[in-house]
Design a protein around this ligand. Structure first.
Ligand code: PLP
Length: 382
């Protein structure tokens, strides 16, 4: 098997490499400062201090109060805590929930859990550009709507959602807005996404896997979703992942510091790639025409299957992705592109390429050449 070093990684929306500085910041908390942050003794206090410092840094970076942050094991857990936790704790105010149809499974399946537990759930569909408008949200809101969930930016298309306008509608309807900020955290400022609570995940912005956070604003009631100890003010039991939290805080600082430079280089590479692909491969069409995250490119190839494209690209050393990962570890055709009203062929043939800090113009040229070959081979075989 070829090593990853000589491969081209165009899947930065799935996960990112850990920044060297982040790895260095985490290292002392594995073998040196290894105490349990809940312990009373000096070992525990040293670890707890590191958690407090990290919480404070993240609060500054996210423009929130430190006590609004609840550390979790991943973005998925943060979405579960926010969506189930807020809806269940406020069920006396209403049992109607609205979620956008283009959410990550962490949100869609949390909503499905609520639907199985006495809530009515409605889905808000995007327009053909992949935008969930405030008007569309308004249409599904009811007198008993307690929670609305719309993500900051979509993980498949990168399309940025008008969260500020949506928040106005949700607030005037007396509901709470949950925003999955997993794709935008560290990349775009939180001021673009006003809401009552949001999720983030360290591995999307140069931090380690297996650590995330839910921010739930002061005054918003929510119910703990983990039965356990008193950690995180009794709202998320479980020993804190100290190295992970230290790494997440450092990664957030670094990614914000570097966000402008990273976005302009990723966007330049993405645009160059798109102009080659859309101009040079017949039957290629871009999914998601609105304002997008800098590195995302989602393209359909008529007459092809996205899974085959991804598999054959992988054999040529290029990593991309298609559809949404399902429980079996296989992929299913994208519910996002489908929700945008695309026909079945376009949905089945969608592939996501996501550019990031480690990519170069050589990657663009090589990935384009491989893609052209792969698409031609699949069409010949068909
Ligand atoms: N939400 C979005 C938009 C994502 O892209 C992801 C991960 O792909 C998640 C939630 C889940 O995050 P995690 O992998 O940390 O569970």
């Amino acid at each position: 098997m070829r090593s990853c070093e000589d491969r081209i990684y165009l899947d930065n929306a799935a996960t990112t490499a850990v920044y060297e500085e982040v790895f260095d910041a985490m290292r002392p908390y594995f073998c040196g400062v290894y105490g349990n942050p809940s312990s009373q003794h000096a070992f525990g206090r040293a670890a707890a201090e590191a958690v407090t410092r990290s919480r404070d840094k993240m609060a500054v970076a996210l423009n929130i109060y430190p006590d609004e942050l609840y550390f979790t094991g991943c973005g998925t857990e943060a979405d579960n805590l926010g969506i189930k936790g807020i809806a269940l704790a406020n069920a006396d105010r209403g049992r109607h929930v609205a979620v956008s149809a283009i959410e990550h499974p962490a949100v869609l399946n949390s909503a499905a859990y609520l639907a199985a537990n006495g809530f009515k759930v409605d889905y808000v569909f995007p327009d053909s550009r992949g935008v969930v408008t405030a008007q569309a949200v308004k249409k599904v809101m009811r007198g008993d709507t307690v929670l609305v969930a719309v993500m900051s930016a979509n993980n498949e298309t990168g399309v940025i959602q008008p969260v500020g306008e949506i928040y106005d509608v949700v607030r005037s309807g007396g509901a709470f807005l949950w925003c999955d900020c997993v794709q935008s955290a560290g990349v775009l400022p939180m001021s673009m996404f006003p809401c009552d609570g949001f999720a983030l995940s360290a591995h999307k912005f140069g931090g380690p896997k297996g650590v995330g956070a839910a921010c739930i604003k002061r005054g918003v009631r929510f119910a703990a979703q983990m039965s356990g100890g008193h950690q995180e003010r009794g709202m998320r039991g479980g020993t804190l992942n100290v190295p992970g939290i230290v790494g997440m805080a450092r990664a957030l600082e670094l990614s914000i510091e570097r966000s402008a430079a990273c976005a302009s280089s990723a966007a330049a590479l993405r645009d160059e790639f798109e102009s080659l692909v859309l101009g040079g491969i017949e039957g290629a069409s871009l999914n998601g025409g609105a304002d997008r995250l800098a590195g995302h490119s989602n393209i359909s190839f008529s007459g092809c299957d996205g899974q085959n494209i991804v598999m054959l690209l992988d054999m040529r050393g290029v990593a991309a992705s298609a559809g949404a990962a399902c429980a079996a570890g296989a992929s299913s055709p994208s519910h996002v592109i489908k929700a945008m009203g695309a026909d079945e062929g376009r949905v089945r043939s969608a592939v996501r390429f996501s550019f990031g800090a480690g990519n170069t113009r050589d990657d663009v040229a090589a990935a384009y050449a491989a893609l052209k070959e792969v698409v031609a081979a699949i069409r010949r075989a068909n």
